[in-house]
Every structure is written in structure tokens, then in C-alpha cells.
Design a protein around this ligand. Structure first.
Ligand SMILES: *Cc1c(COP(=O)(O)O)cnc(C)c1O
Length: 589
């Protein structure tokens, strides 16, 4: 079933800022409840009810019921004060109005409360999860027959899942290197061996008549990591310093957490510098790979980001993959590539179906290359318009998905797919996110006629907004490029110093917070990491570089209703009036 996006179909996907779809949505939520009641009534028809009418009239019962009703009233009263994220006035963070299929899928599933950690308690929930992972994998450009993965509590956990798997894989290869050196007197090249690939691993086991279980005592993960380091130092005649992770400077905070949690130490974190557009500098990546080679530091993974949290930029994933493919061709190095597409993953829906011209050629190329990576993080609870908490880790095949047990994934294809609990960092996992994403995919579809069309319109709305405020307010300085639906800008008069511009921008942001007409967010780019970006930006207003940070107002145009001309026109006019009113360069300076 494909929806027609060209007309007003999108208005059926969302409740509407004035609950315009109230009538039929109420009846659908009611039918979910009716179905739930009926399920209970029909199953086990010989079972007797636990209460009779008379018992539901006792004072204790009535009192309890009153408490629940009053308590719920208190809760709903409280919720009146919650941040209203459904309205187009909310352009703060990566969240907005949710889709109706997502809400309905989520709601229908929580009433049955499956735990996807095990099929014992989740028959349908786990099936839906397998299906939705295949749908996401296909959208991302993987072979859905081979790709696998699972739903996580979010992008942070999904990133950890990738780190865990990359470490598992490399640990096998390092164990074999140590085993051969200690037991057989065969010293292979450490760096090449650390990226040998499963094929070479199997050949070496075969050639030296080693079985996998022999390696357990040589694993840095299965034994003592400090002793492992000493033994590697001994075996290879140079100090062993452990693996590194090459992650661009535009990274999300979850990557710093990962080096911490996995015990790599922050020294293992090798930041890849950014270019003046805030994207990973691929020449710098190549230089870091060379350095790791020279220093014999195994590369646990290379990360690229599709849709940065701060500004929505997309790293040249295709060029990163090209560099890794080249290293593989020339040297046989198999280096793990993870794409953190927590935000931008759903932009791939713009590549499916009727072609969309909204994305730039370079971004289309970057997004098209995701399917070549080993693993990807994608957050349905961001651009999937699905309720929290719902992220996903997807790997290109079972081999990349393998983790935790010492068994190597190439050895035997397990006939029976095991329960998920042994291969997920999280234990108990709700099936609600899987159902919400599944129903979104089944009804709207992850292509330009459905979700992709909605996202495309948000990008266009962001551009239109940018064009108008820049035309009407010369002191608005948009950060370039803004290629997706996130717009960051600072406020500065021509020739203003960066320090003064930062103060003025901060002051205006504070007014936004105090006034509550709109929700925007603020981001600060700072340090050496963003120096090129900051310099480029300050040049646009001929400013003086007297600060090492750049304060930006950040607007995420996820809300679907910005595509309505009347909505956009009215809100843009209001924001322009506020900015005019609040921008006081003199006071700031
Ligand atoms: C949001 C985000 C994350 C973290 O995801 P959570 O769902 O908040 O845990 C990781 N990476 C990027 C690029 C993100 O935008």
C-alpha cells in the first residue's frame, strides 16, 4: 500500500495542532481498547470472572477507584504544563509532533507489554521487531535478507552496541596473533593482523591447525586486559598500547561515553578534524589511519556521522567508505566502519521511491553509501516521528552482528536464531518502539510518497525560513551549510567582534526562553575542533576573532505543519518581529 504524498495525505498522518483529526482518531484509539477488552473476554472462555457487580460496589473498591480517577486527574493536570512539542512553534530539539501510526502502534503494543529480550514473553513483539529491522535496513540501503539488528533505548545505546561488536571481532583476530606468537613462534605483522578479516582468520586457523577454543586464553576480553597488554608487548617487541577509535570532532557525546565505558581510556579516542563546513576531513582521516599503522595501534572502528546533532551536517560517508575499501584492496585491512545516523538515517527515505531533488548531490552520495558500512545507528524517535525511547542498531550481516559468546560467527551458521538477550546490551526491552516504527513503515512507507515526502517538506520549510529572515534581518548570520532541516544562526552586525556577537546572540536566546512563544535551542561550537568553522562564519560578517567559541541559536524544523504557507508566514513574521525587538548590539558590546 503506498500513500499519495502529492496531495494532502500528510494531514492524515498527524493529529493536527488543533486536534483536527480528533473524530476518527478518537474512534481508532477506542477500537484499540475494544480489541484489548475483547481479547480478554474471548480467551479461555471457561475461566470465571474475579469480581461480581456487588463486589464492585463495596466501599473499599469504590474508594480505590476514586483514588485512581483523582490521581489520573492530577497527572493530566500536571501534563498541561509539559513542553508542547506538537506545535510548529516548537523548533527546539530533534522532536516534534508524532505521527498517528506511531502513536497508535505504540499504544496498541504497550497494552500487551511484550518483552523483546526473549520470545518466551514476546511472540508477536519479537516478530514485529525482526520485520521492522528489515524495513529500516532496506531503507538504509542494506540487503534486508542479510542485514540484522535490534531496537534499542536510543542512539547512545545503539552506538555502544556497535563498539561492543567491533571489539568482539577484533579481539578474535588479536587472540590469534598472540596465540601464534606465544605458542608457535610465528610473529605476524601486528597492524595487518589486527584487521585480518574473518576469511584470513579462518585460513590461519586452518594452516596452523588451531581450534577456536585454543584462543580463549589469549583474548584480551576473556582474560586480563593488563596481562594481555604485557604479553602483546613481549610477543611483538614493542609497547602495546591497545586499540583506537577514529571519530570525527562533530561527534555526539555518546562516543566519549563509549571510550569510558568500554575501558579503552580517553587516549584511545582519536578525533578526526573537521573541514570549514563542519564535516569530517577525509584527508585527515587517512593521515590518522597512517599514524595508527605506524604506531601499531589496532583501529577498533572508524565512525562517520550522518546528521550531526548540533547542525545536521552529513559527513562524506561515501568517501570514508572509499578510503577503507582502498585500504582493503591495497593491504587487505578490514576496518570496521560505523555510521552514526541517529538523526540523519531517515533522510535515506528521500532516496527511495520517486526521486527527490531536495538533497544535494554530495549528501545523496553520502547517504547512499550507508549500506556498505558494517553497522549503523538510527533513531526512530528522532526523524522517524516515533515516541521515545526508540533507537536501532543495524549491521550489514549476521557476521557483523555477532557478539558476546566467544564463538566466531563464520564457523557455523546457527540453525536456530537465539533469543536476543545474549546479544543486546540492554536486558528487558519494550516492543512498543518496534510496533510504532513498524506501523509507520507499513502505512506511510519509508519513501518519498510517505515519510520521505514529509521530511523533504521540512527541509524546504527550513530553507524558506532561512531565506526570509536573512532577507529581512541583515544581522542574522546563518551557519553554512545548512543542508537538512536544522538552521543555526548567530546575530551580528557587520564588523562586530565575535565576543560581542556571542553576547548578543545569548541575550536573544534568553529572551526566547523567557517569552515562551517559541521554543528554540542554543548550541555553542568551540575549541580547536571547530576553529575552521568558526573562522569561516565570522568572515561572513567581517568580524574580529576575539573568542574561541561561537554561540548559535538552533532551530530544528521537524514539525510537518511548517509546510503550510499560512502557518509559516505567520510564525516567521512573529519571529522576525521578536528578533528585531530583542537584538541590541550596543548593549551586548
Ligand atoms: C541523538 C544522537 C545520538 C544519541 O541518541 P539518543 O537517542 O539521544 O541516545 C547519537 N548520535 C547522534 C548523531 C545523535 O544525533
Amino acid at each position: 500500500m503506498t500513500a499519495d504524498h502529492s496531495t494532502e495525505a500528510y494531514k492524515a498522518y498527524f493529529l493536527g495542532p488543533k486536534a483536527e483529526n480528533e473524530t476518527w482518531v478518537r474512534s481508532e484509539f477506542q477500537s484499540i481498547l475494544e480489541h484489548w477488552f475483547q481479547w480478554r473476554k474471548d480467551l479461555f472462555p471457561t475461566d470465571v470472572p474475579v469480581s461480581e457487580k456487588a463486589e464492585r460496589r463495596t466501599p473499599a473498591y469504590l474508594e480505590a477507584r476514586e483514588r485512581i480517577i483523582a490521581g489520573l486527574e492530577d497527572l493530566t493536570d500536571l501534563l498541561d504544563g509539559e513542553v508542547p512539542k506538537f506545535t510548529p512553534r516548537y523548533i527546539g530539539h530533534m522532536v516534534s509532533e508524532l505521527t498517528l501510526p506511531a502513536l497508535m502502534g505504540h499504544f496498541a503494543m504497550i497494552l500487551h507489554n511484550p518483552n523483546n529480550t526473549s520470545r518466551d514473553s514476546s511472540k508477536i513483539g519479537s516478530r514485529i521487531e525482526v520485520e521492522v529491522i528489515a524495513m529500516l535496513a532496506e531503507m538504509l540501503g542494506f540487503d534486508p535478507e542479510r542485514a540484522t539488528g535490534h531496537i534499542t533505548g536510543g542512539g547512545t545505546v545503539a552506538n555502544f552496541e556497535a563498539v561492543w561488536r567491533a571489539r568482539f571481532r577484533q579481539d578474535h583476530w588479536l587472540s590469534l596473533l598472540l596465540y601464534l606468537a606465544e605458542e608457535r613462534g610465528v610473529t605476524l605483522d601486528l597492524f595487518a593482523g589486527a584487521h585480518m578479516g574473518w576469511k584470513r582468520f579462518a585460513e590461519l586457523l586452518d594452516a596452523h591447525d588451531v581450534v577456536l577454543d585454543d584462543l580463549r586464553g589469549y583474548s584480551g576480553v576473556a582474560t586480563n586486559p593488563y596481562a594481555f597488554g604485557e604479553r602483546m608487548t613481549q610477543a611483538f617487541g614493542q609497547p602495546y598500547r591497545g586499540p583506537v577509535m577514529l571519530v570525527p570532532e562533530n561527534k555526539h557525546f555518546s562516543w566519549t561515553k563509549a571510550t569510558n565505558i568500554f575501558g579503552y581510556g580517553e587516549d584511545a579516542f582519536w578525533p578526526v578534524p573537521l573541514d570549514a563546513l563542519g564535516k569530517m576531513d577525509v584527508a585527515a582521516l587517512e593521515a590518522l589511519i597512517d599514524r595508527a599503522h605506524k604506531e601499531a595501534r589496532p583501529i577498533s572502528m572508524v565512525v562517520s556521522v550522518a546528521g550531526t546533532t548540533e547542525t545536521g551536517e552529513i559527513d562524506p560517508v561515501d568517501q570514508v567508505q572509499g578510503i577503507l575499501n582502498g585500504a582493503n584492496r591495497r593491504h587487505g585491512w578490514d576496518i570496521w566502519h560505523h555510521v552514526d545516523a541517529a538523526y540523519g538515517g531517515f533522510l535515506c527515505s528521500l532516496l527511495r521511491g520517486k526521486p527527490s531533488t531536495v538533497l544535494s548531490v554530495s549528501n545523496s552520495a553520502a547517504l547512499s553509501a550507508i549500506g556498505e558500512a558494517h553497522s549503523v545507528t538510527i533513531d526512530p524517535h528522532k526523524l522517524g516521528y516515533v515516541p521515545y525511547s526508540c533507537g536501532a542498531i543495524i549491521t550489514r550481516d549476521e557476521q557483523a552482528y555477532a557478539v558476546s559468546s566467544f564463538k566466531a560467527p563464520y564457523l557455523e551458521r546457527q540453525l536456530e536464531v537465539p533469543d536476543k538477550w545474549s546479544t543486546t546490551l540492554e536486558g528487558s526491552r519494550s516492543a512498543a518502539g518496534a510496533a510504532a516504527t513498524w506501523l509507520t513503515g507499513k502505512t506511510m512507507g519509508f519513501d518519498t510518497s510517505g515519510l520521505g515526502g514529509v521530511i523533504a517538506e521540512t527541509i524546504l520549510a527550513c530553507r524558506a525560513f532561512r531565506k526570509r529572515i536573512v532577507a529581512e534581518l541583515p544581522f542574522v548570520r546563518p551557519l553554512s551549510p545548512s543542508e537538512t532541516n536544522i538552521l543555526c544562526y548567530s546575530l551580528a552586525e557587520e564588523g562586530m567582534s565575535l565576543k560581542a556577537a556571542n553576547a548578543a546572540t545569548e541575550a536573544v536566546f534568553d529572551r526566547f526562553v523567557a517569552c515562551a512563544d517559541f521554543s528554540v535551542s542554543k548550541t555553542t561550537l568551540s575549541g580547536k575542533a571547530h576553529s575552521k568553522v568558526i573562522e569561516r562564519h565570522v568572515k561572513t560578517f567581517g568580524g574580529k576573532m576575539d573568542d574561541d567559541r561561537l554561540v548559535l541559536i538552533r532551530c530544528v524544523f521537524m514539525n510537518p505543519f511548517w509546510r503550510e504557507e499560512a502557518v509559516a508566514d505567520r510564525l516567521t513574521t512573529d519571529i522576525i518581529a521578536h528578533l528585531k525587538d530583542w537584538f541590541h548590539p550596543a548593549r551586548a558590546a
